[in-house]
Write a protein that binds this ligand. Structure first.
Ligand code: MRU
Length: 349
């Protein structure tokens, strides 16, 4: 299958699909500085929890690009840590961002104790970022295989936002079972909520599935109950930005509503996510920081004002679906079933 390259290191910088320009244009953005990477993450040019993590790892390599070969290792670590804090301020909810930054921080600490030259340390850090990218590809493929076991005999799924190849290095999480099914000659029809306010469902999920030749139908967010009531949906699969110890899951705003509708229609509701999306330092979803974004995302549509001036808007980018509404969590290590309190620990180890 001809896959999109969401993000890659190319000729000494990062190249990524500029997701703000989809579906009108498949444009690639060259990111050369950590400031540009911070902006790309903040403005959702690169988005989706795993992709943000990969972007952060490469971003930290960019931060060291101009660090002098004759500089001290101690200074390099200081510069690295300052930039790590800066990048961590780009978006608050997806834990993969912080996971990748922590992993790169641990690596630089390790390398700084090894009597290596500056050039060698930079090279090893780039290798670590490449490894994060490669691991994500393998992880998502494994999620696809595990997820497909739950879709036996199911013809159509509904998804919210974009948890596809463009939200990861490849395959995606929620969409991975659909891609693996396609590789095996099976067809799963996907219904995508358009996902207001930024339309990740209609712009991005529909774009990548259409490109891959997978049947995709876009609905407005407020049509999810109708398609479920009409019996058009066999299962819901969504991604995640952060999963607490008890299974409470933060994902794109609107996911909670979809979970409630699925429960009312007795349709299984699955979350697909890599183990790096779990935050076992928090007990439940109340501790997940929820990003709030700008007024303009709601108050205008295609350049036209849609909310009267002077009227307030509330724009949380994510919501938390309580664990009791989630039928199972699909990870690269296997499917986590209820009750999550014990099974999360058992599967993640
Ligand atoms: O604001 P976004 O577009 O970054 O939100 C993305 C989501 O909510 C995804 O569902 C989640 O990150 C999982 S991506 C595999």
């Amino acid at each position: 299958m001809d896959r999109l390259r969401t993000i890659e290191w190319k000729d000494g910088a990062v190249t990524l699909v500029d997701q703000t320009r989809l579906p009108c244009e498949l444009a690639y953005l060259r990111v050369e500085t950590i400031e540009q990477m911070h902006e790309a993450i903040k403005l959702l040019k690169v988005r989706g929890a795993p992709a943000i993590g990969i972007a952060a790892a490469f971003g930290l390599c960019l931060a060291l690009r101009s660090f002098p070969e004759r500089g001290s290792v101690h200074d390099l670590v200081t510069v690295f840590e300052k930039n790590a804090d800066y990048l961590a301020s780009s978006r608050p909810t997806a834990v993969n961002l912080f996971w990748a930054i922590d992993r790169m921080k641990a690596r630089v600490k390790q390398l700084s104790a090894q009597n290596l030259g500056i050039a060698q340390i930079k090279e090893e850090l780039l290798k670590e970022a490449q490894l994060i990218l490669q691991e994500d590809k393998n992880t998502c493929r494994a999620i696809g295989e595990a997820g497909l076991t739950l879709l036996e005999g199911k013809k159509a799924i509904l998804t919210h936002c974009n948890a596809g190849g463009l939200a990861t290095a490849e395959y995606g999480t929620a969409l991975a079972p659909v891609y693996v099914a396609k590789e095996q000659g099976k067809t799963i029809q996907v219904y995508a909520d358009e996902t207001r306010p930024l339309l990740q469902g209609s712009r991005i999920t529909a774009f990548e599935l259409n490109k891959a030749g997978i049947p995709i139908t876009v609905i407005c967010d407020n049509m999810a109950a109708t398609v479920m009531h009409k019996g058009m949906i066999d299962a819901v699969i969504v991604g995640a930005d952060r999963i607490a110890s008890n299974g409470d899951t933060a994902n794109k705003i609107g996911t909670y509503g979809v979970a409630l509708i699925a429960a009312a229609h007795k349709i299984p509701f699955y979350v697909a996510a890599p183990s790096t999306t779990f935050d076992l330092s928090i007990a439940d979803g109340t501790e997940i920081p929820i990003e709030e974004r700008g007024r303009e995302e709601i108050a205008s549509f295609f350049g036209k004002e849609t909310v009267p001036q002077g009227v307030d808007v509330f724009n949380p980018a994510f919501d938390v679906t309580p664990a009791n509404l989630i039928s199972a969590i699909i990870t690269e290590k296997g499917v986590i079933k209820q009750p999550f309190k014990d099974s999360i620990k058992a599967v993640l180890g």
